[in-house]
Ligand binder design. Structure first.
Ligand code: MFK
Length: 560
């Protein structure tokens, strides 16, 4: 008898197999734009499910290696990245994973095109999207700074399609003093006798340290404390011979996930730096970068969910247990349905943020759009990141023990998801950022509600109308809670900020899903997005509940 051998899961073209993505694109893109960009998406989908996926599996055990000294005792601090990352860099440049947004061939919709490429590229390239996100963020920040010399120098490289000239950028913020409260940063900036600004300090967590440039924060001597006293600086990391310029790489971080990302501790020994936009307000000036990387984070969350589900679904068609394929087991199919509903809601929210970003950049945005973008960016990041971890965890369980075994490659789905709620602002920091956005524009919630109402006008199916109404009523209730609690005690608002932000995020997902589902019914007679909507509606999206901070403290902090 031939011994049993379990066939592993396989992937096909990751664009062609993705109903949620293609139906979303069919809703938001004019037919001629979709026809024009579809070949690039299909090509990326083929790479992601084929060549890149095979390389990713072969690359599993490779990690970046830091060499401090060469054979002759010279300090070199060379970081060798994995073979997959080298290929990913070339493909990212050639296929315009950053450049597409800046070429803007389709105006505001170019952001949708670009992030559809990111979505397809991300799950097969072991978080190479980290340097790409920072590269995009740096290009956007420099353009917004109006510092023409730096724009001329760096932006053509950051947005190049030629791998030989393409640069990536770092974003060095986190110091010993913290990654969230960045205003505590200790790096000092001073001018030398030639008037050159130089940075002295220790950056505790710098991602993708192989980049050719970085945007970072330093405190010009004599400046006051906090984020206002910091300035935003541009640093070119290497000289013409490729040697680091007054920068030491102390060590690489030993992290739970993102194992291919060469995250390092750096010592800045008088590294030459150029102020980007004046000599203060560094946190405010780096915020455009944060908002771009948070959008990448949201899309990466969704695409990680999609990959986890694609593998779990394929496996369910191959794996037989208790006399039938898992795909034919009602409970297994039900589990996958719940995961798919989460994915489809997250996809709608993340790409909604992308649409707003595109309009803002191309000057097509109304005041309303701008207020919404500021509000939706943190909400999209924090909501989708939590969903990504939950779905990745569930996906591993779909494989039973195989999901827990390293050489299946599956555990990295969960490890790489777990970073998503942590970096680029934790869930709590972004919940507070949501409140900050609302405090800047008190009307933003009303604006959001009006936008949801307007979108839901297209929904006619009775069950979808009811799901949409539930979503909009929850957003309205959350707004009421905010007003009422703010008047009673602002600290209770802080205590409830995460539940508030997640309520907005999940409700918005539900409303957008209802719109998408109606579109799929009307244009393709396809009921599956409706199924996702109703499934999503059955999950809790109103998380406000009680938020008394004294009770929370008693339960969360007290020992006895
Ligand atoms: C796969 C894709 C993922 C890509 C990964 C890339 C890897 C990179 C790894 C990293 O670099 S992780 C480091 C990321 N670090 C963070 O995300 C920092 C998290 N902490 C925060 O976001 C804090 O809220 C913050 C640092 C902003 C708090 O600092 P402050 O100094 O207390 O800020 P404050 O006083 O609230 O705001 C200062 C100014 O910035 C204000 O403007 P004004 O000066 O005009 O009053 C704020 O309105 C503005 N601001 C803050 N956040 C903003 C913003 N403006 C627009 N958008 C925002 N998000």
């Amino acid at each position: 008898m031939t011994p049993f051998n379990q066939p592993p899961p396989e992937l096909g073209n990751q664009y062609d197999e993705d109903r949620a993505l293609s139906q979303y694109l069919a809703r938001v893109l004019p037919a001629d734009v979709l026809a024009e960009i579809e070949p690039s998406l299909r090509e990326m989908g083929e790479l992601a499910g084929g060549e890149l996926y095979r390389m990713q599996q072969a690359d599993r055990l490779n990690e970046p290696v830091l060499t401090h000294f060469d054979a002759w005792g010279n300090r070199v601090d060379h970081i060798e990245v994995s073979p997959l990352w080298k290929v990913a860099e070339r493909i990212a440049a050639e296929k315009g994973v950053v450049a597409t947004a800046y070429e803007a061939k389709h105006g505001a919709l170019s952001r949708v095109h670009q992030f559809a490429l990111v979505y397809l590229f991300n799950p097969s390239t072991d978080v190479y999207t980290c340097p790409l996100a920072m590269t995009d963020g740096a290009a956007r920040t420099l353009i917004g700074s109006k510092n023409q010399a730096l724009i001329d120098r760096a932006v053509p490289r950051l947005t190049s399609r030629d791998p030989k000239t393409f640069w990536t950028s770092g974003q060095w913020m986190t110091e010993f003093t913290g990654g969230s409260d960045v205003g505590l940063s200790e790096t000092v900036a001073h001018q030398d006798d030639d008037g050159q600004w130089r940075l002295e300090g220790r950056k505790w967590f710098t991602s993708a340290t192989t980049s050719q440039m970085a945007l970072t924060l330093g405190r010009p001597e004599g400046n006051g404390p906090g984020g206002r006293g910091l300035a935003l600086f541009y640093v070119e990391t290497r000289d013409d011979a490729g040697r680091l310029r007054d920068i030491e790489v102390l060590r690489l971080k030993d992290k739970l996930g993102t194992r291919k990302v060469p995250t390092a501790e750096l010592l800045l020994h008088g590294a030459a730096a150029t102020p980007v936009a004046g000599l203060d307000s560094g946190v405010r000036n780096i915020a455009p970068m944060l908002n771009i990387t948070r959008t990448w984070n949201a899309i990466s969350s969704v695409s990680g969910m999609r990959r986890a589900i694609a593998l779990a679904r394929d496996y369910a068609r191959r794996r037989v247990a208790f006399g039938a394929k898992l795909a034919d087991k009602p409970l297994h199919a039900d589990t996958l349905a719940g995961m798919q509903a989460e994915l489809e809601g997250a996809l709608q929210l993340a790409f909604f943020a992308v649409e707003l970003l595109g309009r803002a950049e191309q000057g097509d945005a109304t005041e309303t759009d701008l207020a919404m973008l500021r509000l939706i960016t943190p909400i999209a990041k924090l909501t989708t990141a939590k969903q990504a971890v939950a779905v990745a965890s569930e996906a591993l369980e779909c494989f039973g023990g195989a999901g827990y075994v390293e050489d299946t490659g599956l555990p990295s789905l969960l490890r790489d998801a777990q970073v998503l709620p942590i970096w680029e602002g934790t869930t709590n920091v972004l919940s507070l950022d949501t409140l900050r956005a609302l405090s800047r524009d008190h009307d933003a919630l009303g604006t959001l509600l009006a936008k949801v109402d307007a979108s839901l006008e297209s929904v006619t199916d009775a069950e979808l109308v009811s799901a949409g109404r539930a979503a909009r009523d929850t957003i309205a209730r959350a707004g009421g809670w905010l007003l009422e609690t703010m008047q009673r005690d602002p600290l209770d608002v802080e205590a409830g900020a995460r539940r508030f932000a997640l309520t907005l995020g999940r409700s918005l997902e539900l409303a957008l899903l209802a719109v998408q589902a109606q579109h799929a019914l009307d244009t393709a007679g396809d009921p599956r997005t409706k199924l996702a909507t109703l499934r999503f509606a059955a999950e809790r999206h109103d998380l406000i509940g009680a938020s008394d901070r004294a009770e929370a403290r008693a339960l969360g902090m007290d020992q006895l």
